[in-house]
Design a protein around this ligand. Structure first.
Ligand code: UD1
Length: 422
């Protein structure tokens, strides 16, 4: 068990580089299963979730080789079709292999995920969509089993623009017989990235970037090479960190156009955001103003930046209302933030945050990737020392988080927790 020890009082200044997006690359890796042979992904972040997906693919019979930021995946003619619980419970995104495996092998058996402790995350739209495409989907002994000798194109309407369901259905439909339409599809940049990779593998997809995707199934796909798009959530984390610490940071590789609503909120808080070549700058002088935020599917304010904006509001001038619309109970983090002295009250989907002049450092626990990062940010502006425990969660999504913070002037270190229960 490791923890981060964060000294309060830092002002972040300098440049930080954003790597490829976690939420994109995991699906690109799953998509590689759709074609026999070797696909190559570049700008792959060095994070725990990528290692877990690599292990999952290896157990399916693929050879996965990493060299620098390139990951090469060689898929056999007949990959396995079973994803075990020990991997799926560590990473919910493992469910992304369901669509490609049923399309490619005619059968997929994927353990039902546990995943991040951020509320119920159903799979009903994945199941209903695959059923529409002709699969028989059952659940037995903790596994979801989908079978279809050959999927057939169909019209699918999603009740909610689920990122995971859109991706699974896309990856299933590219090899289905006939045309599939996915309506109310998610429009996250990660989906566009996945569509582009699938297109370079030979898939025929129309409406990319819109809420209606039209897929003409093909008989087979071929391996391809693809550069992962930069991580907008990591970029957004650095932007909030700059504002919170009243610093000045250039987010190299960050795409401001993927963060319009979030950056606009930071401007409302008093920041100056400057677009640059291959990135954007964020500068903040004085105490940030409180900002109301409502999370929504893309292009709305991302739920994955909601914990960071709670940390920001915790020390801002004024009172803010933060509304969570994507995950129903993403408030476990609030209990930890209040340990640092934040004044937050939740009611259903809403959290009311009254800004305090300062927070005070304390031991806290990361319950998921984003909550972990947000606690580190809060620790940067808390008086004294904050110990963030369970940092394996942060490692799942942030490459070199501590080193990057240190390079920006923060006093943060990683240490092994001595043998005592926290
Ligand atoms: C992905 C991201 C996650 C991000 C989320 C929303 C990855 C690995 N994770 O998660 O970081 O926070 O998108 O931007 O890419 N739902 C159902 N039934 C379903 C599917 C989803 O009810 O069949 C609900 C979920 O419970 C949740 C909401 O829809 O409340 C959004 O889920 P979804 O968009 O599918 O998120 P993920 O793909 O799991």
């Amino acid at each position: 068990m490791e923890r981060f020890v964060v000294a309060g009082g830092a002002r972040l200044a300098g440049e930080v580089r954003v790597t490829g997006a976690k939420n994109s690359v995991l699906k690109l890796m799953a998509a590689a299963l759709l074609a026999e042979g070797t696909s190559r992904l570049t700008a792959v972040p060095d994070i725990l979730d990528v290692a877990i997906m690599a292990e999952l693919l290896s157990r399916l019979g693929c050879t996965v080789v990493r060299a620098g930021d390139t990951v090469q995946i060689t898929v056999p003619e007949r990959p396995g079709h079973e994803a075990d619980y020990d991997l799926v419970r560590r990473m919910r995104a493992s469910i992304a292999v369901l669509g490609p495996l049923v399309a490619r092998c005619g059968e997929a058996k994927v353990a039902l995920p546990g995943g991040d402790a951020i509320g119920s995350r159903g799979l009903d739209m994945h199941v209903a969509g695959l059923t529409r495409l002709g699969a028989t989907v059952t659940s037995e002994h903790g596994y979801l089993i989908a079978r279809a000798p050959r999927l057939t194109g169909a019209s699918v309407w999603l009740d909610f623009p689920s990122v995971g369901a859109t991706e699974n259905l896309l990856m299933a439909a590219v090899l289905a017989k006939g045309t599939t339409t996915i309506d109310n599809a998610a429009r996250e940049p990660d989906i566009v990235d996945l569509c582009q990779f699938l297109q370079s593998m030979g898939a025929r997809i129309g409406g990319v970037g819109t809420s209606t995707l039209e897929i003409d199934g093909v008989e087979g796909l071929h391996p391809a090479e693809h550069r992962t798009l930069p991580d907008r959530i990591v970029a957004g984390t650095w932007a909030v960190a700059a504002v919170l610490t009243r610093g000045e940071v250039f987010v190299r590789g960050g795409r401001a156009e993927h963060l319009e609503v979030a950056l606009d909120k930071l401007v409302q808080a008093g920041a100056v955001v400057t677009p640059g070549v291959d990135g954007f700058g964020v500068r903040m002088e004085g105490r940030p103003r409180a900002v109301d935020v409502v999370t929504l599917p893309y292009p709305g304010f991302p739920t994955d930046l909601q914990p960071m904006v709670l940390s920001l509001n915790a020390v801002a001038e004024g009172t803010a209302m933060v509304t969570e619309n994507v995950f129903e109970a993403r408030w476990m983090f609030v209990n930890e933030l209040t340990r640092l002295g934040a004044d937050v009250r939740t009611d259903g989907h809403h959290a009311v945050v009254r800004g305090r002049e300062r927070l005070s450092g304390a031991p806290v626990r990361a319950h998921d990737i984003r909550a972990g990062a947000a606690l580190v940010l809060a620790g940067l502006v808390a008086e004294g020392t904050t110990e963030v425990h369970d940092v394996a969660h942060i490692d799942r999504g942030y490459e070199g988080f501590v080193d990057k913070l240190v390079a920006l002037g923060a006093d943060v270190r990683r240490e092994v927790v001595p043998d005592e229960p926290f």
